[in-house]
Design a protein. Structure first.
Length: 214
């Protein structure tokens, strides 16, 4: 639009924001007052003193209105930019007055006076980043209640199940004692080997008698 005035204001929210929906489609709308007080140096004392306090009526629409309605409160410092509209009107008492309105394009916190957190609202789902992350984490958990990075039921961290041998019972669970030793897998007392040479020769002879299926 041509011949319009843009106003930038650094001030604070002077009234509690009022949110509603207007029109046939229920367009989101938020209204409030924003005020600012000028500061100047007193020539007599050399100290900073407050000047006049000015007010504007601010109107926010659509996504800006919805987002501000969830977080903005009276008294909070803000920075405002929007289209300025000054119009005369007659009050209920018959007195002529002037209304100063701003149709906001941008409005946010003044971070020179404090800190704030930011949460993105996704266009497609209407969810915040935290809600979207929680939904993704929930989908990663399988029907058995185990997440992709966990361990199967009955096994602790650091333990691994050895495969079962055909025709025989499943072997015992093998685990690492964590001290650099081999655990119970090959040595007996005083470091002696527990393998029986006679038993090994007997197993070799038995394996030679096995007939392969035709």
């Amino acid at each position: 639009m041509f011949n319009e005035a843009q106003l930038s204001v650094v001030g604070y929210v002077a009234s509690e924001p009022q949110f509603g929906r207007v029109g046939i489609g229920g367009v989101p709308k938020l209204t409030m007052k924003v005020a600012w007080t000028t500061r100047r140096v007193d020539s007599a004392t050399g100290e900073w003193v407050d000047g006049n306090t000015s007010f504007v009526r601010v109107t926010c629409w659509r996504r800006l209105a919805e987002n501000l309605a969830t977080c903005l409160r009276k008294g909070e410092p803000v920075m405002l930019r929007g289209r300025l509209d000054v119009r005369p009107f007659t009050g209920k008492d018959g007195v002529r007055r002037v209304s100063v309105d701003v149709d906001a394009s941008y409005l946010g916190y003044d971070l020179t006076r404090g800190v704030a957190g930011f949460r993105r609202v996704w266009e497609t789902t209407g969810k915040t980043a935290e809600e979207a992350a929680a939904a993704e984490n929930g989908a990663a958990i399988d029907s058995g209640g185990n997440s992709g990075g966990g361990f199967p039921d009955g096994f602790a961290d650091g333990e691994a199940a050895a495969p079962a041998l055909p025709g025989g019972p499943a072997p015992a669970l093998a685990s690492d004692p964590g001290d650099g030793s081999a655990g119970d897998l090959g040595e007996g007392p005083a470091g002696e080997e527990t393998f029986d040479d006679a038993a090994i020769e007997a197993l070799a002879e038995d394996s030679g008698t096995v007939v392969a299926p035709s």
